[in-house]
Ligand binder design. Structure first.
Ligand SMILES: [Zn+2]
Length: 89
């Protein structure tokens, strides 16, 4: 937990049943606090922080029954060279 900005969080929408991976310093994530106003903890949750993209993804893949899918945040995760998207296997 050296640099909190290098960590990842998983946002989970419990209604739409999807997850999204964010960096801790993303404006949407705000270190797992979300955007604040209007954030309904019954409908959404944040899991983290995770030390690596792998860890965050594994946490999502471990619960296939509760999620329909996941995405990478298109604000903070878009093609950043230090966070390459995992290859489909
Ligand atoms: Zn983000």
């Amino acid at each position: 937990m050296a640099d909190p900005h290098s960590h990842f969080w998983v946002y989970e929408n419990k209604i739409k049943r999807y997850a999204a991976i964010h960096r801790a310093n993303c404006g949407f994530c705000n270190q797992g606090e979300g955007i604040g106003v209007g954030y309904n903890r019954l409908h959404a949750s944040w899991r983290g922080p995770f030390g690596s993209l792998d860890e965050a993804a594994r946490q999502i893949f471990a619960r296939p029954a509760s999620l329909h899918g996941f995405m990478f945040c298109n604000r903070c995760m878009k093609w950043e060279p230090e966070a390459p998207l995992p290859r489909a296997s």
